[in-house]
Design a protein around this ligand. Structure first.
Ligand code: CP
Length: 318
């Protein structure tokens, strides 16, 4: 695997390989000596053109636990604010000898452009591009589902037959898209729940069941997993989102809805959360919630991705 740009082109075998290696990485994290020598001498650049808490610190922790050197680059405070192009920035990274570039960018397709540009030899990992994809988030979500639903000894298995209901701002969500493609290749049934204004044009051609009512989705899809998405108010104009109270009432996972879930149903959120809007504090902090497990699992999954891309010989593009 040379780059990790999306989940749409991952095969079932590639996805399961990443999840299984993440299990191995997780096992190393339980030991007293957490650090592996695997990427000693490699340089990984975190190239972030958008804000991030979880993804950035998780990639940094993953890189350091594999003994790589890490350089954190934020567009804010860099020469990007003076107008420097992605090409010139990439060539600067090439000149300092970057082996891996973890890129978050507001433009969908920026990581793919970097990977195919010839400006840089490094392996490219997409840490979220526009509304396109966020592949390591979907992989850590799948890892969390597999562990919670099937236990820690679930190496080699997929998510065949489970029901995942993804609720909220599908329109702006790269997490929803990456989860859909990955969950489908792993055999899960996926439902989206959103007001019509928060569904992207063409969603009905995707392999997903659409609901406008969260209560109907919970009743009919009988979910093993409910995943709430952050309402991305910064990307909206008023017509999308007339009233926060109305959204919370119709599409928010509140304490009453949590009380009506099947015992096995887990609650996921990629973070950051708008408590009281798409998820109540009671739901976010309940024993069903995997929010912090997702963050912890993210380090193992990113260690697995970095290992596959940067250790030894690199092969075909994912
Ligand atoms: N889930 C996620 O991508 O969070 P950050 O924006 O904090 O990285």
């Amino acid at each position: 695997m040379r780059h990790l740009l999306d989940t749409r082109t991952l095969t079932r075998d590639e996805a399961i390989l990443i999840l299984d290696i993440a299990e191995d990485m997780s096992a190393t994290q339980q030991r007293e000596v957490k650090k592996l020598p695997t990427l000693r001498g490699k340089t990984i650049v975190n190239l972030f053109y958008e804000d991030s808490t979880r993804t950035r610190i998780s990639f940094e922790a993953a890189s350091k636990r594999l003994s790589a050197d890490v350089i954190n680059f934020s567009a804010k405070g860099s020469s990007v604010s003076k107008g420097e192009s992605l090409k010139d920035t990439a060539q600067t990274l090439q000149a300092i000898g970057a082996d891996g570039v973890v890129i978050r960018h507001p433009a969908s397709g920026a990581p793919a452009m970097l990977a195919s540009s010839g400006w840089i030899d490094a392996g490219v990992l997409n840490a979220g591009d526009g509304t396109h994809e966020h592949p390591t988030q979907a992989l850590l979500d799948a890892f969390t589902m597999r562990r919670r639903l099937f236990g820690e000894n679930s190496r080699g298995r997929d998510l065949d037959g489970i029901s995942v209901v993804i609720v909220g701002d599908i329109m702006h969500s790269r997490v929803a898209r990456s989860n859909l493609w990955l969950l489908k290749v792993l055999g899960a049934h996926v439902s989206f729940v959103a007001p019509e204004t928060l569904l992207p044009y063409g969603t009905r051609e995707w392999p997903v069941t659409i609901y406008h009512s969260l209560d109907a989705a919970i009743r009919e899809a009988n979910p093993d997993v409910i995943m709430l998405l952050r309402i991305q108010t910064e990307r909206m104009h008023a017509a999308f989102f007339p009233n926060e109270r109305e959204y919370a009432r119709n599409w928010g996972l509140n304490d009453v809805r949590v009380a009506g879930l099947q015992d096995r149903t887990i609650i996921m959120h990629p973070g950051p959360m708008n408590r009281g809007l798409e998820i109540s504090a009671g739901a976010a902090d309940s024993a069903r919630s995997t929010v912090l497990e997702q963050v912890a699992n993210g380090v193992s999954v990113r260690m697995a991705a970095l290992y596959l891309l940067l250790s030894g010989e690199r092969g075909e593009s994912a």
